[in-house]
Design a protein around this ligand. Structure first.
Ligand SMILES: Nc1nc2c(ncn2[C@@H]2O[C@H](COP(=O)(O)OP(=O)(O)O)[C@@H](O)[C@H]2O)c(=O)[nH]1
Ligand SMILES: [Mg+2]
Length: 330
């Protein structure tokens, strides 16, 4: 902590000035905004606070919303945020990442205007992040912003990314649930297939369902999904190809549902939120199963030792997992 004024006695200053991290944990929005800016600029002082906040993270559900420009991502994010505020009273943060637009860009302004339904609500915080230069840094910066929101008690964090390619995939990797948004009329080739982002989708949305061509889009999506997630298992038996067409009930398997929405009218938003909730449930179940298998193979005492070290920030979570898997003492 930096001491201001040399005249003030040390203790006096110490008692009066709450650390930025502390202020953020107590819900101070100005402090939050300040740290977000520091993180976005990758400032040195921000990094230390980020490390301090790390132990308060891990509670939020991160929802990535991605897809081609103009499909209605911002409109959907707006609707989802409203849904979570109204129906489950959760604190919501929105991180809008727009690498294609400079920070004075109209797109960012447009997003702000569209998000006016949400302004003035203390349970919501919207942050538009325009890239300044390198694409590579975006995922890292987004991760920092998300970590700050998580520590600050935002339970739902919606991350909107635009553009195609690696930056999108990197950001999607951050999210627990990734929503890929399509819209009819963007040509016969579905944008997501072109960009290869269908693979990262947990939930597929066909937005602008009020527009013509919805069925075509849905058909194309379904056939692509079937290729990626076959519902039939083919195996060889006595030299013949056989198949089981009964639905696969393996609980670790997740087939992305397709949800149709009209974001401008708020239609289909409840269904989308239900699909997201189902995915959360799925993550918890498969997570628990993984955890059980993991715990079977390591000593309980050692596991707890590692947890304590991570919480005390003696070692990073990565080091802890590596140590546990290697069976080494750290
Ligand atoms: N007809 C129709 N227009 C929509 C719908 N959702 C969004 N839009 C419009 O599509 C345009 C792009 O929306 P936006 O949310 O900015 O898309 P983004 O670029 O993916 O974030 C805006 O003019 C929206 O009003 C919808 O469901 N139906
Ligand atoms: Mg947008």
């Amino acid at each position: 902590m930096r001491l201001r004024g040399a005249i003030a006695p040390r203790n006096f200053v110490y008692k009066r000035k709450m650390s930025l991290a502390q202020s953020i944990l107590e819900g101070n929005r100005l402090a939050l905004a300040r740290l977000l800016t520091q993180a976005e600029n990758d400032a040195q002082e921000g990094r230390a606070i980020l490390a301090e906040l790390f132990q308060h993270t891990g509670k939020a559900h991160l929802i990535g919303v991605t897809g081609a420009p103009g499909t209605g991502k911002s409109s959907l994010v707006n609707q989802l945020a409203l849904y979570y505020r109204k129906n489950v009273d959760k604190k919501v943060a929105i991180v809008a990442v727009d690498p294609s637009s400079p920070f004075t860009g109209g797109a960012v302004l447009g997003d702000r205007v569209r998000m006016r339904d949400l302004s003035g609500d203390p349970g919501i915080f919207i942050r538009s992040m325009a890239s300044r230069g390198s694409l590579g840094g975006i995922a890292q910066k987004t991760a920092s912003l998300v970590q700050i929101f998580d520590a600050a008690g935002y339970e739902i964090i919606l991350i909107e990314t635009v553009g195609a390619g690696q930056s999108e995939v990197d950001v999607a990797r951050l999210a627990h649930t990734t929503i890929v948004v399509e819209a009819p009329g963007l040509g016969d080739d579905i944008q997501a297939i072109k960009a290869g982002i269908l693979e990262i989708a947990d939930v597929l949305v066909i937005n602008k369902a009020d527009r013509p061509g919805v069925e075509n889009t849905e058909r194309a999506l379904r056939s692509t999904l079937e290729l990626a997630h076959p519902t039939k298992r083919i195996f060889r038996h006595h030299g013949k190809d056989m198949s089981i067409s009964a639905p696969i009930t393996d609980s670790t398997l997740w087939i992305p549902p397709i949800v149709k929405t009209i974001a401008t009218e708020g239609k289909g938003v409840d269904e989308l939120a239900a699909a997201i909730a189902k995915h959360v449930e799925h993550l918890q179940q498969t997570g628990d199963a993984l955890m059980d298998r993991f715990l079977e193979n390591i000593q309980r005492q050692k596991y707890e030792e590692m947890i304590e070290k991570v919480v005390n920030r003696d070692i990073s979570p990565y080091e802890a997992v590596t140590a546990l898997l290697n069976g080494n003492r750290k």
